[in-house]
Design a protein around this ligand. Structure first.
Ligand code: G6P
Length: 454
């Protein structure tokens, strides 16, 4: 069998047996990678210069190979083009997009450096699976260095229609780079359709069904929603409820309902809107005051990107406003923390929560929505409030769906969730749970790898 080579900007540390690892992509793939797999990417470290040779670490038969980035490459590739141009653009936030030619050059240069470091490790029959927006030009860079095997790409974030993509000065180059892959995967049918429209418009290639026909080759586009290890997460949630940590949480709630949100501190997640929605709940439905506390976990992220610093200041202020306005001496409505919480603890917190608030303004999939559902006790489940602009909304019609731009909808959904009968909660949860156990991480990986092998 051909060897699988995974390439992603972030590479998870080799997993110590039994330990939970972090991050959706890492978790989804780690349950899948077989011994013999090679996983290549950035070490997460920044030095004076980008390294030429990867550092190798073995773990459970998987070889993890990573390179460090030079300071200038980090600024142009990671802070610059990837996270200040592509990330806002592909989340429909043109007002936040910043573009510099030198950033795009740095983006191409780092992709070339990835290819230089990877090629000596490749065998001709390797199958390469590249992940996410940092590495769009990698296939072309590998082809230019002589690799002729199969290369697939999966985009974990949304894709946009041509009228949005055209704002990106190198739109055509980016589209052509995507067309150097054999298979390109998206989270939803909507993103896939937008990609085909853009391919038609910007690359100059013809589109035939779900395929782009380039000079003599066909690029197959697929929708392959990512999932979680639902059974594993459910087990870990059930186990976690017996721990001292979860008991402390319950004690602190003193019988009140817990609403929970957990994500990276990112402007795509709709945090200010959510805070405002929560304030409206307390304002418009005063009977809910003292009955509910919202725990917002917003792990600090990409702190070298200016927009993230601005957002953090805004959230500090909003959290202070809400608590100043509504707190009573023995009840604080909003518990806001920017540290990360271990996955097993998070699973337990989800399980005891009455409401899971997942209200991004845009999201490729959003695995927190899936984890929240998997973590629930089917006999007494919490209610998922979900943004219609998360990829997960395509699979989750039984969630309480909101438009996150409207804080009143968030307030009304929270009120409905707090008042919902046990029967309705159970019925909604049963349907969501079926979806989570059907579209799992393993299925996601198998669908992609099968398409790539075809
Ligand atoms: C999103 C992206 C991932 C990325 C992660 C964390 O989920 O799709 O590719 O790794 O955010 O962001 P960071 O910038 O810390 O890698």
């Amino acid at each position: 069998m051909a060897r699988l080579v995974i390439v992603s900007n972030r590479v998870p540390p080799p997993r110590a047996r039994g330990a939970a690892s972090a991050g959706g992509l890492a978790v989804a793939l780690q349950s899948f990678v077989a011994p013999g797999t090679l996983w290549f990417g950035w070490s997460g470290r920044v030095h004076e210069r980008t390294s030429e040779k990867p550092r190798l670490v073995e773990g459970h038969g998987v070889t993890y190979a990573t390179i460090d980035l030079g300071a200038e490459d980090y600024d142009r590739f990671y802070v610059g083009f990837a996270n200040s141009s592509l990330w806002p653009l592909l989340h429909f936030r043109l007002g936040l997009m910043r573009y510099r030619r030198e950033d795009f050059e740095g983006y191409l240069a780092v992709n070339a450096a990835f290819a230089d470091a990877l090629v000596p490790m490749l065998r001709p029959d390797d199958v390469i699976w590249v992940h996410d927006y940092h590495l769009i030009p990698l296939a072309a860079a590998l082809r230019a260095r002589g690799f002729a095997g199969r290369i697939g790409f999966f985009l974990h974030i949304p894709f946009v229609p041509p009228s949005v993509l055209e704002a990106l000065p190198p739109a055509r180059e980016v589209l052509q780079a995507l067309c150097a892959y054999d298979v390109v995967g998206f989270q939803t049918r909507t993103h896939l359709a937008d990609f085909l429209d853009c391919a038609h418009r910007f690359s100059g290639f013809a589109v035939d069904g779900d395929e782009v026909v380039t000079d003599g080759r066909r690029v197959r586009a697929i929708a392959d929603p990512i999932g979680i290890d639902a059974a594993g997460f459910a087990r870990s949630a059930a186990r976690s409820t017996g721990t001292a940590y979860i008991q402390r949480m319950k004690d602190s709630l003193a019988g009140r309902a817990l609403a929970i949100s957990a994500e990276r501190l990112d402007y795509s997640k709709g945090l200010p809107n959510r805070f405002e929605g929560f304030a409206r709940l307390l304002d418009r439905f005063p009977q809910q005051q003292r009955r509910v506390s919202l725990l917002q976990i917003a792990a600090r992220s990409r702190e070298d990107v200016e927009e993230y610093q601005t957002l953090r200041r805004e959230l500090d202020r909003l959290a202070g406003d809400i608590n100043g306005r509504f707190s009573q001496f023995d009840w604080v409505p909003l518990r806001y923390m920017t540290q990360t919480v271990e996955r097993t603890k998070l699973a337990g917190l989800f399980r005891i929560a009455r409401i899971g608030l997942v209200t991004p303004l845009r999201d490729g999939m959003n695995l927190v929505a899936k984890e929240f559902v998997a973590a629930q006790d089917p006999a007494d489940p919490g209610v998922l409030i979900l943004s219609r602009f998360a990829g997960a909304a395509e699979e989750f019609s039984e969630a309480l769906m909101v438009n996150p731009y409207d804080p009143d909808q968030i307030a009304e959904a929270m009120n409905a969730a707090l008042e919902m009968s046990l029967e309705e909660r159970q019925a909604r949860h049963a349907a969501l749970r079926r979806a989570v156990f059907e579209v799992t991480a393993a299925r996601y990986c198998n669908v992609f790898v099968d398409a790539l092998a075809a």
